[in-house]
Ligand binder design. Structure first.
Ligand code: NAD
Length: 511
């Protein structure tokens, strides 16, 4: 087994087991616990993708200390220079795109076309944020007093902690790390324990592009052992979590104790509405991609399809027919359309919701079974699953499953559909299929979610637009685009009085 190094050019492989240490202050270091954990391929659990450090609070402390030291210098590097490193990392990732995608399919399970997309998203985020290095605009405004100059500048916050999930292992890390470093912050990232390798591949590109030591540090391990100490650390001034709403409540609560900046991107239960006038071919295609892409393991996955009565029967028949034909398997096979669940626990959750749906009286019309014979025997596979006749109040229509299980609900028309769509704990993504522009704009106004697609499914965000949601999906921040720049900077308002006398704001007025 080879011990990897971040400082050398990438030698990614798709068969070997790599041993990766924590990356702290530009050095590879063992965890102080002396313990490690294995990262398994969910399509074939005999395949150990990597061995990673099972870290603890002491490792977090060391990483934060390194990030704090690095911040003293990094914050003074001009933003356009910081951004050039990020731009170069994009170019490096382009060269390594295929290798990174193969590594990701092996550790996460989603099909190659999608992992290439995940790496592409990091490339897009790098180009976007590199551009921001020459902007970081702030307002210059007239003062209310004569001979006084007023402006606001963006300043970095300091050490930022990032906690990421497993479903977009490189893209989500890039949404956090890239704007943070362009803005002049330094970072400690704890990747999800199921997919740490892709974070190493991203940081490797940044290091090879010239990122100084200590600016990004990686500490691997489990939520309570690494994530919690990171959120609690008094020198971490901003914490950004993407994960479940349950963990969001924990991390948000911790962050509030020391008034840290805190960005929470959490769960979803995303509705796609299909009206009678919709292009059904398009809606069926979109509904399949939205529900079964990434094996339904997207926060934006289409998990409820709300279909108007006039086309309900036809939609269901044709949708189910297509869902049955989806090819499930190892994502490294280019002909496969849906990979495995990420791990045993997630598969168990998915299958438990099949039981819940049955017991609630929904009609199981497609799938519902684990696949564990032949080529599937070593992986966490299940069939694409469709329930119809779903009552919007059922648990399968209310709770985030995070698997390939979709609920089809009938509705009377747009108003009814929007009520069903909004009557949910979450508010991440939403979609409407119609040819009626009036209905489209009404839905854009009335769907209470962070994202609305018209004539496209609930997935497919682009990096330069705000990403995030309402209600239990988050705490009001947005990643992507300028929202991330807002999160990773603090405003400083600057007043320069060149009148040579004391001017009292709000008091010295010439009326
Ligand atoms: P998770 O909440 O179980 O874990 C997310 C991260 O938090 C992991 O790194 C985990 O180790 C860490 N963590 C767990 N317990 C912790 C604790 N007590 N303190 C600190 N950190 C802790 O989520 P997951 O299973 O990795 O990902 C799936 C979830 O993520 C879904 O709910 C999905 O909707 C959500 N998600 C949201 C978005 C979004 O942008 N809104 C994007 C992707 C995924």
């Amino acid at each position: 087994m080879a011990t990897d190094t971040l400082a050398s050019p990438a030698t990614l492989s798709h068969t070997k087991t790599r041993v990766l240490k924590n990356f702290i202050d530009g050095e590879w270091v063992d965890s102080s616990t002396g313990q490690t954990f294995e990262d398994h391929n969910p399509a074939d659990t005999r395949d150990v993708v990597g061995i990673f450090q099972r870290s603890n609070r002491a490792d977090v402390n060391a990483a934060v200390e390194a990030a704090k030291r690095a911040f003293a210098k990094w914050r003074l590097v001009p933003a356009p220079r910081r951004a050039e490193i990020v731009f170069r990392a994009a170019e490096i990732l382009i060269e390594r795109k295929e290798e990174c995608a193969r590594d990701m399919t092996r550790e996460m399970g989603k099909v190659l076309a999608e992992t290439r997309g995940d790496v592409q998203e990091a490339i897009d985020a790098a180009y976007y944020n590199a551009g921001e290095g020459r902007r970081l605009f702030g307002p210059t405004v007239p003062s209310e007093m004569p001979n006084k100059f007023a402006m606001a500048v963006r300043q970095p916050i300091g050490v930022c902690g990032m906690i990421t999930p497993w479903n977009f292992p490189m893209a989500i890390a890039s949404w956090k790390l890239l704007p943070a470093v362009v803005c002049g912050n330094t970072c400690v990232i704890k990747p999800a324990q199921d997919t740490p390798l892709s974070t190493f591949n991203l940081v490797r590109a940044l290091v090879d592009a010239g990122l100084p030591k200590g600016v990004i540090n990686i500490v691997t391990g489990f939520g309570a052992e690494v994530g919690t100490p990171l959120a609690e650390h008094p020198d971490v001034r901003a914490i950004s979590l993407t994960g479940s709403s349950v963990v969001g409540r924990i991390v948000g609560g911790i962050a509030a104790q020391s008034f840290k900046h805190c960005s929470l991107e959490l769960g979803g239960k995303n509705p796609m509405i299909v009206l009678d006038d919709a292009n059904l071919d398009l809606a069926i295609e979109g509904g399949l991609w939205g529900a079964f892409g990434t094996t339904g393991q997207r926060c934006t996955a289409t998990s409820r399809i709300i279909v108007q009565k006039g086309v309900y029967r036809e939609f269901v028949e044709r949708y189910v027919d297509r869902a049955k034909k989806l090819k499930v398997g190892n994502g490294l096979d280019e002909s496969v359309q849906m990979g495995p669940a990420i791990n045993a626990k997630q598969l168990e959750t998915d299958l438990s919701y099949v039981e819940i749906g049955r017991n609630e009286g929904a009609k199981l019309v497609c799938g519902g079974n684990r696949l564990d014979k032949g080529e599937y025997q070593y992986g966490w596979f299940m069939e694409p699953t469709v329930f119809t006749d779903v009552d919007p109040k059922m648990r399968i229509a209310q709770e985030e499953i995070f698997g390939p299980v979709v609920s089809i609900i009938s509705c009377d028309g747009l108003e009814d559909a929007i009520e069903i769509a909004n009557n949910i704990e979450y508010g991440l993504s939403s979609a409407l299929y119609t040819k009626d522009v009036n209905k489209a704009f009404s839905a854009i106004r009335d769907l209470y979610a962070g994202i609305t697609y018209i004539n496209a499914p609930t997935i497919g965000a682009e990096v330069h637009l705000p990403f995030g949601g309402t209600k239990a999906t988050g705490n009001g921040h947005r990643e992507g685009g300028i929202g991330a720049i807002d999160f990773y900077t603090e405003w400083k308002s600057v007043y320069v009085d060149y009148s040579d006398k004391l001017q009292k704001a709000q008091i010295d007025r010439v009326d």
